[in-house]
Design a protein around this ligand. Structure first.
Ligand code: SF4
Length: 463
């Protein structure tokens, strides 16, 4: 275990880095002081608070060097595949090839935050007719135009159908700009009719077998296209091996989440946990290193729990968080206000569930794709959130609305009603833009009020 756990500033991290270096701590090839990333324009780093462990340093350095990794992959002659929207399915297939690196161009939606709007990506999207009535994923368009944030992929794959209007429109605009896309269809997940064979999907949702078969046929098309791109055949054995590796990541994350959400003292802060969860989607362009990074973070969390130490007060209010925040600083803010994360649904719970290993691999991937919480009704999503609230013992729910996101207009209300009906716990909805500076006092007040409500309820009905 590192020093006494605490959250520190970027400046303090430079001193801590020096200490670790002198002590001979292991540094991966992408290691180094965190503040060097400021040179890339990542100014938001100056305003964040970080966990002080060597494991967290490795996590951050891994995240912030993805662009370099993609460029190196290109230089080594690997094929780069931009996978869009499905969040966690096609990358499992892509990384089963020997010579493919997959990443999500959608991840550009955090660039306006990390670079504090200085990259001009949203303005470029504006100029292309994709204005602020769309969610921040529109930054992806700007990233394709400038070519400054990731190498242009050799192939683009995007799921369509049961996806949000925002993404469909933005991806279509991207294709119109001359970036061909292989579209594959994701049907809206529905409950099986009485005369249909039902399948229970990873995570617990149910779907008719015929929908699983349809998605499987769509994924078969994607597989064929990847085989043509690479000149390599992906047989069932190779794909099964890829699924096993993905499950290694998912099992590690599951253990980490369980510790972070249930330990008496929270061992890993909300911000690092958000990043750790994101690694499951596409392994941050290096699957092997993802396993190592998460393994080290899990070891640190275990050591802290064993020593009964953590980063937050023991009585921090236990908050379930719905949707990822466009401004990462808000995860710090929750903790500054006396809260801790006890459960999350960041739009990609299906990427955290283990993929069945006892099925033909393409069928297993099809089941996983259909388990996407966003591919079914908001009621389904709310039910899954309820199951996790119960499992982690959350005392309140925070729904962070994504500006412009088509699904956020009503979905928050549906989730809030179902949660309150089941648990009678407070639910608050806030909107989080990519940079919250001007509305920070308002967001803080809402978070403080939620924490105070939890504390007041504890006084009335102590556990
Ligand atoms: S609207 Fe929501 S689901 Fe769609 S791209 Fe934006 S954040 Fe993702």
């Amino acid at each position: 275990m590192s020093d006494a756990p605490k959250r520190i500033t970027l400046e303090q991290w430079d001193l801590q880095y020096e200490k670790l270096r002198v002590a001979g701590a292991f540094q991966p090839y992408y290691g180094g002081p965190l503040s060097r990333h400021l040179k890339d324009g990542d100014q938001r780093l100056l305003k964040l608070r970080y966990d002080n462990s060597a494991a967290a340093l490795r996590l951050w350095n891994f995240l912030l060097t993805e662009k370099n990794r993609l460029r190196e992959a290109r230089a080594e002659g690997k094929r780069i595949v931009g996978t869009m929207k499905d969040l966690g399915t096609v990358p499992v297939m892509a990384y089963s090839f020997d010579n493919v690196v997959a990443f999500y161009p959608d991840g550009a939606w955090w660039i306006p935050c990390v670079m504090e709007l200085s990259a001009g990506l949203l303005e470029i999207a504006d100029s292309l007719g994709i204005d602020e009535s769309f969610c921040p994923v529109r930054a992806m368009l700007g990233a394709f135009v400038t070519g400054a944030h990731f190498p242009l992929p050799d192939m683009l794959v995007c799921s369509v159908g049961a996806t949000c209007d925002d993404f469909s429109a933005i991806a279509q605009r991207l294709e119109g700009l001359g970036h061909p896309i292989l579209w594959w269809e994701m049907p809206h997940r529905r409950n099986p009719e009485p005369d249909e064979t039902a399948v229970t999907l990873p995570g617990g949702f149910s779907a008719p077998k015929r929908q699983v078969e349809f998605v499987q046929s769509e994924l078969e098309r994607v597989k064929t296209a990847l085989e043509e791109l690479t000149g390599e055949r992906l047989d069932a054995e190779k794909l099964s091996a890829g699924i096993k590796k993905a499950n290694q990541v998912r099992r590690c994350l599951s253990e980490l989440r369980h510790l972070a959400f249930t330990a008496q003292r929270c061992p890993v802060p909300a911000l690092e946990m958000l990043i750790a969860e994101m690694l499951a989607i596409h392994f941050c362009s290096d699957r092997r290193e993802t396993i190592a990074v998460l393994g080290e973070l899990l070891d640190e969390a275990k050591a802290r729990v064993q020593a009964s130490v953590g980063v937050l007060d023991v009585d921090a209010a236990r908050i379930f968080w719905v949707n990822p925040v466009a401004d990462l600083q808000v995860m710090n803010l929750l903790e500054d206000c006396g809260g801790r994360i006890c459960g999350t649904e960041y739009l990609f719970s299906h990427a955290l569930d283990e993929i069945p290993e006892d099925l033909p691999p393409l069928e297993a991937l099809a089941q996983m794709a259909l388990a996407d919480p966003m591919a079914g009704s908001s009621i389904d999503r709310a039910e899954r959130i309820c199951a996790d609230i119960k499992m982690y013992g959350a005392e309140a729910v925070l729904i962070s609305r994504i500006p412009g996101a088509s699904h956020c207009a009503l979905e928050g209300q549906v989730i809030a009603e179902i949660v309150q009906e089941k648990f009678d716990i407070p639910v608050v909805e806030i909107e989080v833009p990519p940079v919250t500076d001007s509305m920070r006092p308002t967001v803080r007040t809402r978070l403080e009020a939620l924490v105070e409500t939890v504390e007041a309820r504890r006084r009335v009905a102590p556990k």
